[in-house]
Each structure stands twice: as C-alpha cells, then as structure tokens.
Design a protein around this ligand. Structure first.
Ligand code: ATP
Ligand code: MG
Length: 432
C-alpha cells in the first residue's frame, strides 16, 4: 500500500482480511483496493511479479515475498441481468462507492494507515454483535448475485454469526436464483459451510438453503425414524453427525449425505418399528447423482459415495470379517470409515450406544491386528499367482480368476493356510 500511496494513489486493505484482523484472526488472503487503474498498479509494482488475474474487472495479483496479494481498482457494478455476473464494471475514484457493492457489512470495511478504519455500513458494530447483514437492500443484493445467499450461511457457520432478520427474509425470497449459479461455485460454498464450526447449527437454522441446492435432502427434514436407536429425526441426526466428524470437506460431505437414502427406503416392520432396509445402497446412488450434478471431481465423489455405501457397518468380531473389509475397502478408506461409523453412532439415541461403540472399538483393534500381522487380505498377498495356476493346466482368464478368488476366500476364512504347496494341491484337484 505504501508503494501505491507514494505514487499518489489511494489504497486500502479491504473485505475479508480487514474483518479477520478486527476479529484477531489471521487473514486467509489479502485484498487491496485502490484508486489506481490496473496498468498503473502494474507500473507501480514493476519490480515484482504480477499476474493479470482479471484485468477487465480491475484485478492484478502481485506476488509480495511469495504471498499473492490481489489489488483491485475501486469499482461499482451495474446490472446483473443473469443474477451472476455484473453486466458492466465501472472504475470509480471513491472507496465509498466501492464498499457499496460488497455483500455484507462485515465485509465492507477498509483500512489504511492515514484514514484508519473506513466503515460506512456499521460493519464494526455488526462484527462486535456477531451479525451478518446485507449492505443496502437485501432483495436487491441477493437478486444481483444469489451466491451471496450461500456466502451468508458460510460466514454464519464459520464465524458463529447470526443472520439478521431482513437479510434472512431476502435470502429466503431469492433462493430460486441459486439455480442460475454455476454448480462448482455452489459446491465450493457448500464445502465451506460444512467445514465451519457451526455447520450443524446452520443446517438447523437455514435448512431451506441446503434443500435449494440439494433437493434430495429435503425429505430428511422432520422425518421421524420410529426406531429406538434414534432420538432425532433424520435431518437432526445428520446435523449432529456432520458436527461430529473433523472439519475435512470430504468427511463432512459424507456425513451430510450418509442417510439421504433413508426416506426412500423407509417402512414400518411387523413389530411396529421403522426399518430402512438397504438405505446405504439408495444413499450411494442418490449421492452419486448429487455429486455428479454439482461437478464434484471423480476421486472425491468415489470416496464419498463408497463411505455412504459402507456407513451402516455392523461388524462381526472375527478376523475373517476384518480381512474381508480390508479386502473390499482398503486401509485408507477403513480409517475414514471408522470415523464415519463412530460419529453416526454418537448421533443416535443412548439405547445400546455403549455396546455399539464397544463393538466398534474392538473391531478397529481387530483390523489393526490383521494389518500388523500382515494377514493375507488380497490376491496380491496370496502365495500363488495366475502363472502358477496356468502351469497346473488352468485356462487363461475366467477359470484362473475364479480359482484365485476361491483360494483367497479360503485363506481369509482360515480354511487353507497361505502356503504355496497347500494352495497348489487344492487347485490341482480342481483343474477341469
Ligand atoms: P474468506 O475468509 O472466505 O476469504 P472473504 O470475505 O475474504 O472471505 P472473498 O471471497 O475472499 O471473501 O472476497 C473478498 C471480498 O470481496 C469480500 O470480503 C467482499 O467484500 C467482496 N466479495 C466477494 N464476493 C462477493 C460477492 N459475491 N458479492 C459482493 N461482494 C463480494
Ligand atoms: Mg478473502
């Protein structure tokens, strides 16, 4: 900022970084706004590496000691005919006008050494009171850019702030505008919301925002489970489960989706209790569709969907079962699965909770001992391979594959030792 002001321009720290500094939090990224035009910014920082991040919108990124700093010319935005992109960006000379286009009062603060804190919209007081409030008229602001609806929920989740009543009403009225927002931006805000410390709370307070972007979640809301294992409806249970796991985007998303198949699979059994037969399978399919629609990358989608499918783990305390689980899911996913299952149980009723948690703990120890003892859990651990079977006279392809699977299954169940002679002898008797 010193460089710009010695060149005669105004420059301020602005937006989220000022909010964070006021709150005593280390800012995630540094944004500066200035009266200098992009070409002037580049000239002033000719000794630094600069990147033309969005010249048209007035943004140049300057790398200062390896840190990217975004420098944007004061601007106002006019007309949002698609409720997404401003039709026209207009460079202006006053910070006051620039702050008007910002979403919330807490983000409409600016600071520099000569003027100190610039606060035209009561942002400081809103930070003190923990309030998220639109700059200007909420309906206008949310109809200009519906993503702000999700940003409001994200800031609430992350900062523990309440959304002010008129702002909330404006959000609710403008929810349909989210349909016009690119899926990737929705997904990224959704991860942000889920990773906040207040994720469960915002799920309870602003559920309609979640239902707007993932309509498949809506049937969970208020869905009575009619089952002793549960003391909450499906949505409430989900909110607890989301809060329970560490705030990692994939784990949080898994918990949001883990019971999405429940409403569809529900029926009341003969004994009068609620049943959710195969809900993890319904859940897997629905989650897969949802994540594809939101443009989730394949690796993340596959992991989340597998965890949803596996979440209803009912472990048998046998080494064979532990080996089969490792075979099916692998070590890394098992590690995540234990977190998911643990938090799923914790978000259920007290009925048999200790018992369920104890079984889970014992099973985790069993899986660990299978890993430590390097038990055979996969085809590559077997002491025979395809070539050995071909040498015995098995036919290439299916019959070799089938015999290898059979041998693995026998070894996993301790019906044969994982020793070459024993496995070959068994196979030799079955060459067709
Ligand atoms: P974070 O801590 O997530 O970085 P942030 O407030 O810095 O939060 P950014 O997305 O980095 O959010 O945006 C920087 C600033 O730009 C915001 O503080 C706000 O003033 C403004 N801004 C960003 N997105 C919008 C938007 N969609 N509408 C209006 N103003 C916005
Ligand atoms: Mg920021």
């Amino acid at each position: 900022m010193g460089i710009l002001s010695t060149d005669g321009y105004e420059a301020y720290l602005v937006g989220g970084c000022v909010r964070d500094l006021v709150m005593g939090v280390t800012p995630g990224d540094i944004d500066i706004c200035t009266s200098a035009l992009p070409e002037d910014v580049k000239r002033a920082f000719s000794g630094y590496r600069t990147i033309d991040t969005g010249i048209k919108h007035g943004t140049v990124t300057v790398l200062i000691e390896g840190c990217p700093v975004e420098i944007t010319t004061f601007r106002s935005e006019q007309g949002y005919s698609d409720s997404r992109h401003p039709d026209d960006v207009c460079f202006i000379s006053s910070i006051e006008e620039d702050l008007k286009r910002r979403d919330f009062t807490i983000n409409a603060l600016a600071y520099n050494e000569s003027r100190g804190l610039v606060d035209f919209h009561g942002g400081l007081e809103d930070i003190r009171q923990g309030i998220i409030r639109c700059v200007g008229d909420p309906d206008e602001r949310f109809s200009e850019d519906a993503l702000r609806i999700m940003r409001a929920v994200r800031f609430s989740s992350k900062l523990g702030f309440k959304i002010e009543a008129r702002t909330l009403e404006g959000m609710r009225r403008n929810l349909p505008g989210l349909k016009r927002i690119a899926n990737e931006r929705i997904l990224s805000e959704l991860y942000g919301i889920l990773c906040g410390d207040g994720a469960g709370r915002v799920m309870r307070e602003y559920p309609e925002v979640f239902f707007e972007v993932i309509p498949e979640l809506k049937p969970m809301w208020g869905f009575d489970q009619h089952n002793r294992h549960h003391c909450y409806d499906v949505w409430e249970h989900t909110a607890y489960a989301v809060d329970g796991v560490p705030n990692d985007p994939l784990l949080r998303m898994t918990m949001l989706l883990h019971d999405i198949g429940k409403p569809k699979s529900f029926f009341i059994g003969d004994d009068g209790t609620g049943r959710f037969l195969k809900h993890p399978l319904y859940g897997r399919d629905i989650s897969d569709e949802v994540l594809r629609r939101l443009g989730c990358d394949n690796a993340s989608r596959e992991l989340i969907v597998s965890l949803v499918e596996a979440h209803d783990l009912r472990p048998t305390l046998s080494r064979s079962f532990a080996r089969r689980c490792l075979n099916k899911w692998g070590r890394d996913m098992m590690r995540l699965l234990f977190i998911v299952v643990h938090e799923d149980i914790c978000a259920q009723s007290e009925w048999k909770k200790d018992e369920k948690l104890e079984t889970l703990r014992a099973f985790e120890a069993l899986v660990q001992s299978v890993i430590d003892d390097m038990d055979c859990v996969s085809l590559s651990d077997l002491t025979v391979n395809g070539d050995d079977l071909l040498a015995l006279g098995f036919k290439e392809g299916k019959s070799v594959g089938e015999m290898l699977s059979e041998l693995l299954s026998l070894v996993i169940d301790d019906e044969l030792p994982n020793e070459k002679d024993a496995l070959l002898a068994y196979a030799a008797e079955r060459v067709s």
